[in-house]
Write a protein that binds this ligand. Sequence first.
Ligand code: NAD
Ligand code: ZN
Length: 345
Amino acid sequence: MKALVYQGPGQKAWTEKPKPALQQPTDVIVKVTKTTICGTDLHILKGDVPAVTPGRILGHEGVGVVEAVGPAVQNFKPGDAVLISCVTSCGKCANCKRQLYAHCSDGGWILGHLIDGTQAEYVRIPHGDNSLYPIPEGADEEALVMLSDIMPTGLEIGVQYGHVQPGDTIAIVGAGPVGMSVLLTSQFYSPGRIIMIDMDASRLELAKQFGATDTVQVGAEDPVGKVMQMTQGLGVDVAIEAVGVPATFDICQKIVAAGGNIANVGVHGKPVELHIEELWIKNITISMGLVNTNTTPMLLKTLRSGKVDPARMITHRFKLDDILAAYEVFGNAARENAMKVILSA
Ligand code: NAD
Ligand code: ZN
């Protein structure tokens, strides 16, 4: 089969790999019908994620059709259309019982990291029963792909960890696909005001279309001064970091109101400065973590009810065979105005 293979920092190839086979009784082999490229794939390609070694097939988002199931798989059979979760987990261990699927003691593998991923014609999904979801009939497959990672990430680590409440003033720093997913899912909880902060004017414009009430353009405006002015010096109830650099975590520390929450979603490659001396006196709660995809069932329901349409994030479409061209576009996201790129088999 063809697959997108990481070949070491700066190197990748769309090349022939053996079709995956069942290894464990709980495995499912899925024929990938739609997948994407995520910002994390670009980090891996730069060599910023040393845990990913050359030879790895990238990709952790996708939908597909079940090709084969191991003898212990109960929920799926060949021919079933499935949504692939970016995290594979047994569903039975102590951490899985607490819905901490990213910390499954028999997996917790993120596809395209320590095991092969979805940017391929076929993918092996360990613990298929707990790591795949049946696709409801008539569902928009492109919207569903946004439920593999970015939508649960935004909802779980941004909105739920940040305890967004009705009427709250919230700020989201970072208007990439993850920040946009925070923006879309925060609206389930009816915040009164949503301030989107980014340096890219076109992404801020899109954020307004997605429901941001205010935007702040870093570079052109002073984000801290502007947010404090907008909130009469009080700051925001919830500050959500969706970039992963020290400067944006710092903005969150400065704009959070007394008694507020900072929810850190971004993956930080470098240490950040934690200003406990300023935060303690404001009674701030800080949260962070890996997506568990435990909100996927809830997101499937919101999708079905028409409450949210994450497919609005898709700006570019390619055939899976043209994945190298898709990487070119996504790698120059700012120049190409790319938000989410979909690849179809
Ligand atoms: P992205 O790179 O597409 O978007 C980041 C946005 O931040 C861009 O719009 C960029 O213009 C903006 N930005 C960069 N520097 C900035 C600055 N100094 N001030 C203001 N804005 C700035 O990334 P993404 O795919 O949306 O992902 C966002 C973060 O979420 C990444 O760190 C990613 O690794 C992380 N992530 C975390 C989890 C999790 O489980 N917690 C899951 C998926 C992704
Ligand atoms: Zn488990």
